[in-house]
Design a protein around this ligand. Structure first.
Ligand code: NAG
Ligand code: NAG
Length: 526
């Protein structure tokens, strides 16, 4: 069986009587006399250890616990980082005193390293909507073939979903992937998925905060114990075990669970749920405000260099192609990534085409003679331009789509009553299309400004001349204005396109497997 990281509970042998308190025990702890302990970690597994997204500081459950251990043992802790793949070997070789990264205590690992006692037990619970009655535990969920589970690739809940709930196929289409835990809970609430796995402390917190909209069902799944690792025969095992025992006895471990599994992850979801939080806390909006037109390329700039860069690119491309064709590993990576590339290309092309059409319409509205149309276009452009694209994504996906479905169901209600059509479900609108819609709406505002500026740049005299020739408004636009405007429009439009290719990777937050996702989800286990 393998291992898991991330979210887990310290249902860890629940506290003894609160009275068996710290004072007495702390006094019995060994005194390491200021010794320096070098701890190696990964900074890859929230909430155990990770870099604070806003400050870049190293934080998490394990940092707090290790600091406390240092205090209790009179030791100074120093941190290093290394990837998981290299960690056990490096600790085994004595490069570091302690390794911590939610490591499952396993017999086979004990040949290389010593383990501390467990400081945490990982258990997953099934979080479902409050009115869920179609299944009540893992087996009945497995049997309920329409049931979907939301998870983050490569995390504990993901593996528990694959191996303890479903059939062991990591590509099972019943698993919907999300970038953050908060997004998967949001998808659960809107009905895009039917269950999300969570550790017990966080799960109870979500249930309490949901006012009946969510509940936990079934038995705990995938139980595993975590411990610190040490070089074989380390003299630190005993003192650190004593410190862990004292922290468990006086409730320190429980307090850490509440802090990191409940308060921290609830904070994360709230940030997603309320866009205003993101807008105000995000000084650099993710969308690329490309309102200003770049200066026109000056006519006499010497740009007739031979394009060596293009030649270099072609040579590198051919080299890579040969490498992919001849090397097994590269072939494999290429296969994994190419599906993602297809999705990225599809999202970008379709999204950009739709955004361009909408943008052109908006630009024409903004330039029309009707005050109402002009103001509507202005309103749209100004509002949409100010919203970071990621917020739009979340709103379209989890607020807009359910509203649309509700509206369509309202309109088609009589037909449903007659039994002619089935009611539409939120999940019938795929996340891919919701992502495309969000990109379309977000970029149409920028593109509208590009078009408007391009059209305004056409010399008034040209239009007057066209009028004098008796061309109709459509003919004027089609034969005189547009061909000239397009020359001004194309360069900034190209910029928008490039920006959209980059932003299209944001769709992975909705679980659409674009180019970036297969790379991040290639699992390693701790
Ligand atoms: C911690 O160790 C230092 C160095 O040996 C010693 O001076 C100090 O008294 C110790 N502190 C406690 C609280 O035992
Ligand atoms: C690794 O540690 C160094 C300092 O020791 C730090 O600057 C760096 O940000 C760390 N990297 C990660 C990914 O934690």
């Amino acid at each position: 069986m393998f291992t898991r990281r991330w979210v887990m509970t310290a249902a860890a042998a629940s506290v003894m009587a609160a009275g068996a308190a710290s004072g007495a025990m702390a006094m019995d702890l060994p005194d390491l006399e200021g010794r320096t302990i070098t701890v190696v970690t990964e900074n890859a597994y929230p909430p155990l250890q990770f870099l604070d997204p806003s400050t870049g500081e190293q934080i998490g459950w394990e940092y707090d616990a290790m600091e406390e251990i240092g205090k209790r043992l009179n030791a100074t802790i120093e941190y290093q980082n290394i990837s998981w793949d290299a960690m056990i070997q490096a600790v085994s070789d004595g490069q570091y005193d302690v390794g911590m990264t939610g490591i499952t205590i396993r017999e086979d690992r004990m040949e290389k390293v010593d383990f501390s006692d467990k400081y945490m037990t990982s258990q997953m619970f099934m979080l479902v909507r409050g009115d869920e009655e179609r299944f009540a535990d893992a087996p009945s969920f497995a049997a309920f073939e329409d049931g979907l589970v939301g998870a983050q690739p490569g995390t504990t809940p993901f593996y528990v979903a694959v191996y303890d709930m479903l059939d062991g196929d990591e590509a099972n289409p019943r698993i919907k992937l999300f970038e953050t835990f908060g997004a998967s809970v949001q998808a659960l609430r809107t009905g895009d998925v039917d269950v999300v796995l969570t550790d017990g402390t966080a799960g109870e917190g979500y249930v309490k905060a949901s006012d009946g909209a969510l509940k936990l069902v079934g038995e705990p799944l995938g139980t595993e114990d975590f411990g610190f690792i040490f070089p074989k025969g380390s003299d630190l095992v005993e003192p650190i075990n004593a410190a862990i025992a004292s922290m468990e006895a006086d409730g320190t471990l429980d307090a850490l669970n509440t802090k990191w599994f409940l308060e921290y992850s609830l904070g994360q979801t709230n940030a997603i749920a309320s866009a205003s939080v993101i807008v105000t806390s995000d000084e650099k909006p993710l969308a690329n405000p490309m309102t200003a037109l770049p200066p026109e390329p000056s006519q006499d700039a010497p740009d007739d260099d031979f394009p060596w860069w293009l030649l270099a690119l072609a040579v590198i491309g051919v080299g890579l192609a040969i490498l992919i064709a001849t090397n097994d590993l590269y072939t494999q990576v290429f296969r994994t990534v190419s599906r993602g590339v297809q999705i990225t290309v599809f999202v970008t092309l379709v999204g950009f085409a739709m955004a361009s059409i909408l943008g052109l319409l908006l630009a024409l509205m903004a330039l029309s003679n009707s005050l109402v149309l002009r103001q509507i276009a202005r309103f749209y452009v100004e509002v949409i331009r100010g919203i970071p694209i990621i917020v739009l994504l979340f709103y379209i996906a989890f607020v807009g789509a359910p509203a649309l479905v509700w509206l369509i169901n309202g309109v088609t209600w009589p037909l449903q009553q007659l039994g002619w059509i089935e009611p539409l479900l939120v999940r019938d609108i795929s996340l891919l299309w919701r992502a495309i819609l969000a990109l379309m709406i977000g970029y149409s505002a920028f593109i509208a400004e590009v078009f408007r500026a391009g059209i305004l740049a056409v010399d008034k005299g040209q239009i007057e001349a066209a009028e004098a020739l008796g061309l109709s408004p459509f003919q004027r636009f089609r034969f005189v204005v547009f061909p000239q405007a397009i020359r001004t429009i194309l360069p900034p439009l190209g910029n928008d396109f490039v920006a959209m290719v980059k932003d299209s990777s944001l769709v992975s937050v909705l679980g659409v497997a674009d180019i970036t996702q297969p790379i991040r989800s290639s699992p390693t286990s701790t």
